[in-house]
Design a protein around this ligand. Structure first.
Ligand code: ADP
Ligand code: TRP
Length: 329
């Protein structure tokens, strides 16, 4: 059975873009693959979160993953910092990663621009840690967005390099998991682009109904179509795309027809869209709150996840140490 693995940095709550673009697919993957889903809390240190926030951020993402249907019995769900084999392998991999190639990655250059006062060594070696995450379980498939393609390319490079340097066949070259047609991009409500945390336009699964209503009612629109069947400008298309994701087909068709007949009232459409988003997110919200309050359950999940992840990681690490030349006295 092939192994899939994906990590998420605990930097905020899950929004409906994350759900439809990533987590929903993970739930399918856990049925048919040996799967690992983890919370990359070491990675999040590269942007210096306050110690006060770190634990809550991890807990939020964990509770939200579980509420979405990630199943600790089917997948290995763990916290990166619970697996001490990861920092050890990261140290060994750093010896074969070169400053030049790390400095050239676009994600590093972007971070240098974004946080010029905090260009720490962890940022530079971010791709080494990510490669370690993947290679320590010898994962073949990694479901990530386009922005992670270069990091994945680095993981392939480090895998090949290790195999070649030590004359072993230890690591497969991990590939991006291609969802093909199924991959949806959830738009934002601010007129253009995608929904995202950093874009400040996200609707979170944990949002209260009132908050969602406010966010949707504020969505950018225009003065309405002037010709029948005219093409929709981006802000309007975004509303319809969101509706196609959360509402039923009749609802979508109803408003689409209104638009095409130049009879659309955006206020009505937004009200309907807000109701449908709330109907979609509310069961998640309730589940998240229930799981987040159940400390015994969360403790059980992370303990079991760490055990399973360490069993797999320590096997790989033993072979890595052997290949590098460490021997027991
Ligand atoms: P954010 O954009 O909120 O910072 P991340 O970059 O952490 O989210 O993405 C986490 C996962 O969610 C990735 O797999 C990414 O491709 C997916 N994702 C994020 N935003 C969207 C979106 N608007 N539509 C579809 N998928 C998304
Ligand atoms: N870098 C990824 C992101 O920002 C998170 C991540 C860390 C990851 N380690 C990983 C993703 C390993 C996939 C595999 O989204």
């Amino acid at each position: 059975m092939e192994t899939v693995l994906s990590g998420i940095r605990p930097t905020g709550h899950l929004h409906i873009g994350n759900y439809f673009g990533a987590v929903k697919n993970f739930i399918k993957l856990q049925e048919n693959y040996n799967s690992y889903f983890f919370i990359a809390d070491f990675h999040s240190l590269t942007t210096h979160p306050t110690p006060k926030d770190l634990h809550d951020n991890v807990k939020n993402v964990l509770a939200e993953y579980l509420a979405c249907g990630l199943d600790p019995e089917k997948a290995t769900i763990y916290i990166q910092s619970d697996v001490p084999e990861i920092p050890e392998m990261y140290l060994l991999f750093n010896m074969n990663a070169y400053i030049g190639e790390l400095e050239r990655t676009t994600t590093f250059k972007e971070k240098v621009r974004k946080q010029p006062d905090n260009v720490n060594a962890g940022l530079l070696t971010y791709p080494v840690l990510m490669a370690t995450d993947i290679l320590i379980h010898r994962a073949q498939k990694v479901p990530v967005g386009k922005d992670q393609e270069q990091n994945l390319e680095m993981a392939r490079k480090f895998a090949k390099r290790f195999n070649h340097m030590y004359g072993v066949d230890l690591f497969p070259e991990p590939q991006a998991f291609n969802f093909g047609e199924q991959l949806v991009k959830v738009p934002g409500l601010d007129g253009s682009g995608k929904m995202g945390k950093s874009e400040g336009n996200a609707i979170y699964l944990i949002d209260e109904p009132k908050v969602i209503e406010k966010k949707v009612m504020r969505a950018v629109t225009d003065s309405g179509p002037t010709q029948k069947n005219q093409e929709k400008p981006e802000p309007i298309q975004n509303l319809f795309t969101l509706m196609s994701i959360v509402s039923d087909k009749e609802t979508y068709d109803f408003f689409n027809e209104k638009y095409n007949n130049c009879e659309i009232r955006y206020g009505d459409m937004k009200k309907q869209l807000a109701n449908d988003i709330i109907a979609f997110t509310l069961p998640f919200r309730e589940k998240i709150l229930e799981i987040a309050a159940d400390h015994d359950y969360l403790h059980k999940v992370v303990t079991m996840g760490a055990e399973k992840a360490r069993a797999s990681a320590s096997k790989t690490l033993q072979e890595v140490r052997k290949a590098v030349g460490f021997r027991k006295f």
